[in-house]
Design a protein around this ligand. Structure first.
Ligand SMILES: NC(=O)c1ccc[n+]([C@@H]2O[C@H](COP(=O)([O-])OP(=O)(O)OC[C@H]3O[C@@H](n4cnc5c(N)ncnc54)[C@H](O)[C@@H]3O)[C@@H](O)[C@H]2O)c1
Length: 259
């Protein structure tokens, strides 16, 4: 178990899925956790002695308020998990420009704003910790390899991958003692995945059990990922155990992209 006692974390999109599992795992490791989400995250926050703040990651004023909320509630900020994201798949020629832009707005601009507003707050306390402050950005296997009908999502998660490395360089070269890393999940059993599977089944006429089995078998390990599989990697990256890791891409995909 990694020790995060004394640290304060902000997890965006923490009301459900990977974000909720991450919030719980960070709290289990000793961190005080602020969950931010468009959706009500009170239940998750209450279950871990944390706090929830309503936050749209595409709105700069919301970021300023969420970082201020973490400082007011728990005294500072040490860990940011840029987890909030959206997903859909469409053929390129059927993708309206506004849909493409919305994907980049949430998945890319949301991460940019998080870096912009959390870095100064995290820098204030980063010298306290051997491993410094830590920012973890949720990319995807879709940030590493292309997927048919996934252009908008591929574009957004590829951007997150390289924004992570850029921010890592800027922090390290600037002597800020903040590490920035990306996590690249395979297909993880969350509400987002269930919605995607339902959409695929409806489009293709394939039964929902067959879709889920096909998703599972796309991983050489033969199962879907669990939210805790991703949360465990995030807790490690947040901890001093990852003190010499920055700009890294941590792939948690049951071997999907190893072939
Ligand atoms: N589930 C997967 O298979 C998978 C695979 C690779 C990467 N990811 C990435 O992991 C992250 C979490 O995925 P998940 O499966 O838990 O998703 P999810 O849809 O189950 O949960 C996402 C949460 O983000 C919130 N959110 C969406 N837009 C927001 C906004 N504008 N502002 C604030 N909150 C917002 C939602 O309300 C929701 O609570 C996403 O970035 C996703 O792209 C997921």
């Amino acid at each position: 178990m990694q020790d995060l006692n004394g640290r304060v974390a902000l997890v965006t999109g923490g009301a459900r899925g990977i974000g909720a599992a991450t919030a719980k795992a960070l709290a289990a490791a000793g961190a005080k956790v602020v969950i931010s989400d468009l959706a009500d995250g009170t239940a998750v926050a209450d279950s871990i002695g944390g706090a929830w703040v309503r936050h749209d990651v595409t709105v700069e004023a919301d970021w300023i308020a969420a970082v201020a909320f973490a400082r007011e509630t728990f005294g500072g900020l040490d860990i940011l998990v840029n987890n909030a994201g959206i997903f859909w798949m469409k053929p390129i020629i059927d993708t309206p420009l506004e849909d493409f832009r919305r994907m980049q707005q949430v998945n890319v601009e949301g991460v940019f704003l998080g870096l912009k507003h959390a870095i100064p707050a995290i820098a204030e306390r980063a010298q306290r910790w051997d491993g410094g402050g830590s920012i973890i950005n949720l990319s995807s296997v879709a940030g590493l390899v292309g997927q048919a009908n996934g252009l908008a999502y591929n574009a957004s998660k590829g951007a997150v991958r390289l924004m992570t490395k850029s921010a890592a360089m800027e922090c390290a070269r600037g002597g800020l003692k903040i590490r920035v890393n990306s996590v690249h999940p395979g297909i993880i059993d969350t509400p987002m995945m269930a919605e995607a599977a339902a959409a695929v089944s409806a489009r293709s006429g394939e039964g929902s059990n067959s879709t889920l089995e096909r998703f599972a078998q796309s991983h050489p390990m033969g199962r879907l990922g669990r939210d805790i599989d991703i949360a465990n990697a995030i807790v490690f990256l947040a901890s001093d155990g990852a003190a010499f890791m920055t700009g890294s891409e941590v792939v948690v995909d049951g071997g999907m992209t190893a072939a």
